[in-house]
Design a protein around this ligand. Sequence first.
Ligand SMILES: [Zn+2]
Length: 440
Amino acid sequence: MRLALVAIIVASLADPALADTTSGAGFDVTSYDLALTPDMQNETVAGRETIRLRAIDDGLSQLIFSGNALTIDSATIDGVPASPTLKADSLTFDLPRPIARGRTVKLELAYHGHPARGFARSATALYTSYFACDWMICRQNDFGDKAAFSLALRVPVGTDTMSVGRMVSKRPGPDGSEIQRWKAPRPYSAYLYGFAVGRFVSVSETAGSAKLTYLSDVADTAELKHRFAPTREMVRFISDKAGVPLPVAEYRQLLVKGDEAQEAATYSVIGMDELPTKADDPDQDWAIVHELFHQWWGNLVTCASLTDFWLNEGVTTFMTAAWKEHRYGRAAYDAELDVARSRLEKVRAKGLDKPLAWDGHYPTLGTRRAIQYSEGALFMDHLRSTLGDAAFWSGLRRYTRAHAGGVVTSIDLERAMEAASGHDLRPLFAQWVFGETARP
Ligand SMILES: [Zn+2]
């Protein structure tokens, strides 16, 4: 995701109560299944949702989700009516009695409302951006809890939809509507759920065994092909560096108006304003490749919590530099890292310096970005120059393959790099990642 959005996300974390709602909740969501009717004109949503979850703590007595502006019309827990309480940005369901670890629970909900965040507009389309738990019930900041996801969208006949994975069915609905159901190919973190509705032109091409589809309500097929032309080569480059092919059968990029740049599970939304205005300018070449990288680092290999967010964004920022080196030469790689260096130096000059996996509250949003994006990228570059190209890229492949589909903390990267290089990297990780005294 782009830096500006991180500012909003971190602002939303300022309230400790909100942070608490999504960590240590005592349960693990297995699946979210939704049937929603979005209203494009009024930017509202109404529908039903089934959440299946499993207790991971003994004596679980409450189910706590991220709070939002939706109105809950009805709720049942294993068929028994329940009344949630909304307070301090959390939505809490009291269980009839505490349950044991391993027990499963089915929560069924109906709701409607106007999401406070997470809906955005292109010229004629409505699409979601990052804040999934504003338009559905979920746990926004619990990155480590990956769950199955399906979404049936009820829309007027003739409307196109896009969501996670693939459309598994399309059938007539009531009152001239159509119900288009999408299903994720694997469990994903909740912040990666999303959808778009509108009238889209689309064009596809292949990249190895994967399909690349470009959609838009603001560009024709010729422009889509032209704008997204570098994607195939990016996929080839990243697959080689990751040691894992593009982890989705079909990767979609929705081109919208404005300055959007947001990854989601199996697709990304890119704004016209973020695309290069002239060809072969490395300074402008970031949005397509940055969001595409997240299909590997972020979506497939996901940091367990915000503490290790640098594993999503620092690795991706570094890889953007690596793409530029591949595409434009070493000077473009150095220039990208120089930008990161100057961002980091600005916060260090103010005495604001934290290790990469620091789990406290950052004094400013700029500090968090300078650490998790910029210093994260610089640390990856430092690892590369310390270990040499062969061991470094071997370590990155080992890390990516070993944790594909899973959840990681910084130790996982350290172990992969140590295994690939034969070096003891504890001192280096202690210095850069954990802080001298904060090592787990
Ligand atoms: Zn990002």
